[in-house]
Design a protein around this ligand. Structure first.
Ligand code: F6R
Length: 608
């Protein structure tokens, strides 16, 4: 996720771009930059850090330019430094490009361009676009961008300016958002509406595989074959605050609804032509992968629940023994580690002190470290022998939602990659698992459509104070995560427990008024899980079950049910956790709480 803004018109563009970038900073804040068409040509200014750092860099430089593009970056390829900050230029410095998304075949394109004599200055995938356009200098800019779009695979939203067309921005879109703001004698291009809402309420959406030429007097939209497409325009009714949240009342709900896209981004480009997992950025030798005889996964909070699920996947698929540790406990128990141990640290932020201390300890004992994190070049990414990014985009709400589901996917990809490297799974099994993963974004979409139903269901429980979340096998971490969400944003007592363990004590707490939520999706122990839920029902608990669509046997045990689409057992946590996120969200809202900033919590915990 990055933010793009562009403007053509009569006004000085520099302050306008800064204002737009500030409004888009929620999309990423690793670096910011802009390109303005001055009389001398394209002038690019970039700076690592926030938009405020770019402003300091620009201090004292007043531009008269009235056409320009800006970018705020959430790093996906290359460290978040000034060199990798957008805009990127071609060799001659006459083209400037900003990009949001991932160009999957950038490595192949880059190799061809280097062979043709192009000089690359950054580690980004974006820079290939600038050079592809440079190679087409004889074409009008929109034609050159169209050809670049035909060559580039993956998700991209682009905005491009070129020296010889001073009153033109060309935008292009596939997968990543891009909207056009329509003014009077001026026009805008942006990743999101807040960037231009101050100036106009009239907008046009750019569909996938469309190119737009934006000039002060109007816009022209065309498709990849060059056929002109009539723009569909509409009036924006949102105020600025709801526009920043994409029309959602808070970031948490927005992020819950972003999960289908986040999962698609996590999977993007991570498959080879045989349908097997390809983790190019992992840069871990297959021989090293074969040398492991034990795996530890360390993490905190929600990330620990992803670690719990990862244990099932890695053990089942690689037959390597896996230990999971809450990071703050790990190094104080003197774990047995050596050069054949793989340690995987999972951390959304990559900055959690407990997890950092744990992985540093492991490395000091000679273990190999893979970091699974959402933040490029975070402290944990820098510590690691190899990194797997979750690519969920920035998460603003304190409660982890989309970063959890993408951690689940990343860990499954890692488990399948290890299994392939070690020869512990047939290719056909891997291909089937991968196929099921690719169905997940649509399945999550289906679950999200039940949000209103879940809100209505939760209304009957506004006076309840005691909740149990139960699961078995891979559904147990889901239960733990459901309970954590309810505790942290709704401030309700919620216990996550393995369903089979209830009879050894906690069942004494079940009585009328206690809500017992069971995750009983597809599993080899589903029958046992339903028996455990019968035991809760017999003690007068109110039973809500998360079930696979069509499960009438489960339905008979429950007072309320939420159905999710069928998925293989190890993938079902991804769909099963979504209704629990929604349940916690709606219960918190009914209690009038600020879900984005729950009391006593911080997004990143940098104390021990
Ligand atoms: C819960 C939550 C926390 C974090 C934990 C670890 O919603 O957000 O429990 O999961 O603080 O943070 P990271 O993943 O950044 O290491």
């Amino acid at each position: 996720m990055c933010g793009i803004v562009g403007y053509v018109g009569p006004r000085p563009v520099q302050p306008l771009l800064i204002g737009g970038l500030r409004r888009l900073e929620y999309r990423g804040y690793d670096s910011a930059g802009m390109a303005i068409l001055e009389e001398v040509g394209v002038e690019i200014t970039r700076k690592a850090g926030r938009v405020a750092d770019l402003e300091s860099e620009l201090e004292g430089r007043i531009s008269n330019g009235t056409t320009g593009i800006g970018h705020t970056r959430w790093a996906t390829h290359g460290a978040p430094n000034t060199t990798n900050a957008h805009p990127h230029a071609d060799c001659a410095g006459s083209v400037a490009v900003v990009h949001n998304g991932i160009i999957e075949n950038w490595a192949d394109l880059k190799a061809d361009l280097i062979e043709a004599g192009h000089l690359f200055r950054s580690e980004t995938d974006t820079e290939v676009v600038a050079h592809l356009i440079e190679d087409r200098a004889d074409l009008p800019l929109d034609e050159a961008v169209r050809e670049a779009m035909r060559l580039a695979e993956g998700a991209l939203a682009l905005a491009v300016v070129r020296n010889d067309e001073p009153e033109l921005i060309v935008g292009a879109r596939r997968g990543s958002p891009l909207v056009i703001g329509l003014g009077d004698g001026e026009n805008f291009l942006a990743s999101d509406i807040p960037a231009f809402l101050e100036y106009t309420r009239r907008m046009a959406v750019l569909d996938d595989d469309r190119i737009v030429a934006v000039r002060p007097g109007g816009i022209t939209i065309s498709d990849l074959s060059g056929t002109i497409v009539e723009p569909v325009t509409r009036e924006i009714e949102w105020d600025l605050d709801s526009a920043e949240k994409g029309g959602f009342p808070d970031f948490m709900l927005k992020e819950i609804f972003e999960q289908p896209k986040a999962i698609r981004d996590t999977l993007r480009g991570r498959l080879d032509s045989d349908g097997l997992v390809r983790l190019l950025e992992l840069e871990l030798d297959v021989e090293i992968a074969r040398s492991f005889d034990k795996v530890f996964v360390v993490a905190c909070g929600t990330s620990f629940h992803a670690a719990m699920m990862a244990k099932y996947a890695i053990e089942r698929w690689t037959r390597l023994p896996v230990e999971i540790d809450i990071a703050s406990e790990f190094r104080y128990r003197d774990p047995i580690l050596d050069g054949n141990t793989l340690v995987v640290g999972i951390s959304q932020s990559g900055e959690t002190l407990d997890t950092l201390a744990a992985v540093r300890y492991a490395r000091a004992q000679g273990a190999k470290l893979i970091a699974v994190t959402n933040v490029v070049d975070s402290a944990m990414a820098r510590e690691a022998d190899a990194v797997l990014y979750t690519r969920a985009g920035p998460e603003i709400g304190v409660a982890a939602t989309k970063t959890f589901t993408t951690q689940l996917i990343a860990m499954q990809l890692l488990a399948l990659w290890l299994a392939h490297a070690r020869g512990s799974l047939d290719d056909a099994v891997i291909q089937n698992a991968v196929k099921a993963m690719f169905a997940l974004p649509d399945q999550v979409e289906e679950v999200l459509r039940q949000s209103d139903g879940i809100r209505e269901m939760s209304e009957q429980w506004t006076d309840r104070r005691d909740f149990f979340f139960l699961g078995r096998s891979a559904a147990f971490p889901v239960a733990m995560e459901g309970a954590l969400k309810l505790k942290e944003i709704a401030y309700l007592r919620a216990e996550g427990y393995p369903a089979g363990e209830m009879k050894h004590g906690p069942i004494a707490l079940i009585e009328e008024g206690v809500v017992v939520i069971g995750v009983a999706t597809n599993s080899h122990v589903k029958g046992k899980m339903l028996s455990n839920m019968q035991e809760m029902r017999a003690r007068s608990g109110t039973i809500l079950l998360v079930l696979t669509e069509g499960d009438t046997e489960g339905e008979a045990v429950a007072d309320e049910v939420i159905f999710v689409p069928w998925a293989p057992e190890l993938l079902s946590p991804v769909t099963a956790v979504v209704p629990l996120q929604l349940l916690a969200y709606w219960l918190a809202k009914q209690r009038g709480l600020d879900v984005d900033k729950p009391r006593n919590l911080a997004k990143t915990v940098t104390v021990e």
